[in-house]
Design a binder for this molecule. Structure first.
Ligand SMILES: Cc1cc2nc3c(=O)[nH]c(=O)nc-3n(C[C@H](O)[C@H](O)[C@H](O)COP(=O)(O)OP(=O)(O)OC[C@H]3O[C@@H](n4cnc5c(N)ncnc54)[C@H](O)[C@@H]3O)c2cc1C
Length: 380
């Protein structure tokens, strides 16, 4: 059996090395950054000087790969998420927020924004969710209306990562009978940010109200009425990277649990030899390897054909994020009261794991979509 068949090509291994170097520099700031609701300046400085944010934009605009590469984003997120959820989110959102522009935006706008996003001089955001609309995005109420040479955006977007920190929002709204995406620079008159929610794993998050925000018509991303197509392509490229982040988080939780179990004794024996703890760590290791294998396979497929491999990406996201939840929970249990201490690594990982099963396609919504296809494929 040729091991190389399942080894990452060298260019991805080099990226992993770079990501590990960045993660080591960020580690001293991670605990404070992961509590922050605004971008941490030290983390931003370190990510910027690493040059890794360039992985999130195409080479033509200063990126590392000709097209944004799902496997590259995934392996970087795996490393970053093991150190800091804040760092991982700061990296990933540059891609998620700018991918619509990179693939379907007007040339002038791409030149204006993408080099700045790839160098982290500008921050990107993607605004889909609304107060009454989550998984069922087609029910959204935000409107986009053409008025002469302008587009007028009106609506309320909720739970938007980077709200308040972003320099641009890619906004999905109804335009006539269809849905369009539009780029709204954050400084546009009528754009107002609030922060009504604080979540269990602090996050740069907020609501954005677009009150008749007016932008030139060339700020429509993609053709009129084709917004969902662009959003789907974005999710198809980035969903699997959430799986990568979940694998990295789970690995960090297991490493910490093993470190604790091998350095503490109860009843005169190492915790690592006590009762069910050996089988708990072995189960976590097994779960991580299974999730990592599926994630790399799905990410490699998404790098070649994002839409064609969306099912595999969804499966990887389900498997890896659900596993990460169980593994972080087991790690807390293995560490006993020390797993509960605020600001400790395990407590942070435990909280950071939870939202992963909800955003970018909740587990149940993804299972529902997969099941429908399975049944349809079988003629049901
Ligand atoms: C940390 C964080 C960051 C986020 N960042 C962004 C962002 O940058 N931009 C943005 O637009 N949004 C963002 N969101 C919002 C996120 O996309 C939504 O939370 C997600 O789409 C789920 O919607 P919901 O929370 O309204 O849950 P709902 O859709 O109301 O779902 C509630 C429950 O119903 C289940 N459910 C829903 N649909 C189905 C179905 N078809 N079959 C079976 N069960 C189903 C869900 O799994 C869940 O258990 C973020 C959320 C979080 C937590």
């Amino acid at each position: 059996m040729d091991d190389a068949l399942f080894a990452l090509p060298e260019r991805y291994q080099r990226l992993q090395t770079e990501a590990h170097e960045l993660a080591a520099l960020v580690a001293p700031y991670a605990s404070a950054a992961d509590e922050s609701a605004v971008p941490d300046e030290d983390v931003r400085r370190l990510l910027k000087s690493s040059g890794l944010a360039a992985v999130t934009v195409p080479a033509e605009f200063g990126g590392r790969f000709a097209d944004v590469d799902s496997l590259a984003v995934t392996v970087v997120r795996e490393v970053l998420a093991g150190t800091s959820a804040h760092l991982d989110s700061m990296f990933a959102m540059q891609g998620i927020g700018s991918y619509p522009l990179a693939t379907a935006g007007a040339e002038g706008l791409r030149k204006r924004w993408l080099p700045a996003i790839g160098s982290l001089d500008a921050i990107a955001a993607l605004a889909l969710t609304e107060p009454d609309v989550g998984s069922d995005l087609r029910a959204l109420r935000t409107t986009i209306a053409q008025d002469g040479g302008d587009l007028v955006v009106r609506g309320h977007k909720s739970f938007i990562t980077n709200a308040g920190a972003a320099d641009m929002y890619a906004v999905l709204g109804r335009e006539g009978e269809g849905y369009s995406l539009v780029l709204v620079p954050a400084r546009t008159a009528g754009v107002n940010v609030s922060h009504p929610h604080e979540i269990i794993a602090p996050h740069v998050l907020g609501d954005v109200v677009f009150g008749n925000a007016r932008v030139p018509a060339d700020h429509r991303i993609g053709d009129r009425g084709q917004g969902f197509k662009v959003v789907l392509a974005t999710l198809a490229t980035f969903r699997v990277s959430v799986a990568g982040a979940a694998v990295g988080l789970a690995q960090a939780a297991l490493d910490e649990a093993v470190r604790h179990a091998t350095t503490r004794e109860q009843f005169g024996v190492s915790l690592a030899r006590l009762g069910p703890i050996p089988s708990m760590v072995a189960q976590s290791w097994t779960d991580i390897e299974a999730a990592r294998s599926l994630t790399y396979r799905a990410a490699a497929a998404a790098a070649r054909d994002p839409l064609g491999s969306l099912n595999l990406s969804s499966m990887a996201k389900i498997a890896a994020t659900e596993s990460a939840g169980h593994i972080a929970d087991r790690a807390v249990q293995i560490m006993g009261r020390f797993g509960l201490v605020r600001g400790g690594l395990i407590e942070r990982l435990y909280r950071a794991a939870r939202p992963m099963r909800i955003y970018e396609g909740s587990t149940e919504a993804l299972l529902d979509a997969l099941a429908r296809q399975l049944v349809k494929g079988a003629g049901g």
